[in-house]
Design a protein around this ligand. Sequence first.
Ligand code: GDP
Ligand code: MG
Length: 203
Amino acid sequence: MVETLSIAVIGAPGVGKTSIIRQFIYNDFSEVYTPTRSRYVYRPSVILNGNMYELKVLDVPPISSFPSSSSQEWLDLRCRGVRNANAYILVYDICCVESFEYVKMIRQQIVENREGSSSEVPILVVGNKRDLQRQRFTPRRAVSVLVKKTWKCGYVECSAKFNWHVVLLFKELLGIAVARGMRQNHTSIRLQGALQRNRCTIM
Ligand code: GDP
Ligand code: MG
């Protein structure tokens, strides 16, 4: 039996969202910046604690705000599936304060827009480009305390470039999501698809 979990990856342009996803799935990294213009869905499979999960990872192109209604989501192709994601990865660049301001805004909007128990959706804030940490705009601790204590979100720093903490961040998010019971679709048909594509990370 395989469980499916949809994860929306959101952040300002150029922070490394696509790089993180591609490093996780393909062990691939490019120095060349190719802006993501339309929404892209990756479907890796992972094994965590002996259980298999099929992830639907949405690489969300730049959006000015979190979709505030289902109709807004359906009218704007870029945000399809964003409102009902089972979990969020909010990425910022540790050297760029504006990218953190963007994460702040999106986090606030997620909480406001997802009512009731669904506002407790797992959110992991990721500080990318850790390899450039001499240029960081604030000490790690300042952000980590705000994110963990005040926002009650997870916090991980990583480097997509050097594949540092990339698997860890997915493992951390999946761990929180599973603990909160945020899973969908129990289906054995999906297992075949996962195995055929021969793309599975054991975490
Ligand atoms: P996106 O717009 O958020 O999807 O960002 P991309 O993944 O396309 O990355 C934007 C640029 O940042 C590219 O030139 C990447 O090579 C670079 N980049 C991504 N991750 C890292 C990292 O961890 N360290 C460094 N030094 N550069 C990175
Ligand atoms: Mg991108």
